[in-house]
Design a protein around this ligand. Structure first.
Ligand SMILES: Cc1cc2nc3c(=O)[nH]c(=O)nc-3n(C[C@H](O)[C@H](O)[C@H](O)COP(=O)(O)O)c2cc1C
Length: 191
């Protein structure tokens, strides 16, 4: 009987330790950095994501970086969306024409993308695959036209190898910035 009690105690402590470890590992998924150096990188075709990026910077500071690439789109909306769809399906990665000055200096990188056909844009994918964001805290922000998050954050997370992607992304309709302040506070940022 005593042996049974001892065995249960050992099993219970092992389980408790196991649970603790899981908790500790989860906590490590986003690094806590005092006064992190912040980069706010975004791609914006028609201006909405740019507005959100600027609202984030206004709240917490940091360096703004507009992702620009080679290539262009037809002016008419429908052909533009058709080209974008083809690019996404083919995994097109346009070459960046703007460069981040010393990416290594940043602890936290906000990455903004419009939702295009349910995912992030090829320009944002190029950014993610060009820069070494390994072990950096990455916070996605997405703007959409009514479809919501769809696969945007999941695809960004998959493409951002070794990044510590925050679950709590900003997902907003159009250029809506109402609520940004509370979202950033919830993430632990203060002015
Ligand atoms: C090529 C293309 C595809 C889009 N696909 C979607 C979509 O699948 N779901 C959605 O909600 N909005 C979609 N939209 C709307 C944009 O996500 C929305 O207007 C966004 O805020 C635009 O951001 P921007 O002004 O920074 O470019 C699409 C827009 C374009 C141009």
């Amino acid at each position: 009987m005593n042996k049974m009690l001892l065995l249960s105690a050992v099993v219970c402590s092992a389980l408790a330790f196991g649970a603790y470890k899981v908790h500790a590992q989860n906590k490590e998924e986003n690094k806590t950095v005092e006064n992190p150096k912040i980069l706010i990188a975004y791609y914006s075709y028609s201006g909405n994501t740019k507005e959100v990026a600027e609202a984030i910077q206004k709240e917490i500071g940091g360096d703004l970086f507009e992702i620009k690439t080679e290539g262009s789109y037809p002016e008419e909306y429908r052909p533009m969306t058709v080209q974008a769809k083809k690019e996404i399906e083919e995994g097109y990665r346009p070459k960046l024409t703007t460069q981040v000055n010393n990416i290594a200096q940043y602890d936290t990188v906000f990455i903004g993308s419009p939702n295009w056909w349910g995912t992030i844009t090829p320009q944002v994918s190029s950014f993610i695959e060009t820069y070494d964001l390994n072990s950096k805290n990455v916070i996605p922000f997405i703007t959409h036209g009514g479809g919501g998050v769809q696969n945007t954050v999941a695809d960004l997370t998959t493409q951002c190898k070794g990044c510590l992607v925050k679950d709590d992304a900003w997902v907003g309709y159009g250029s809506r910035t109402f609520g940004i302040s509370g979202w950033l506070k919830g993430l632990g940022f203060n002015k």
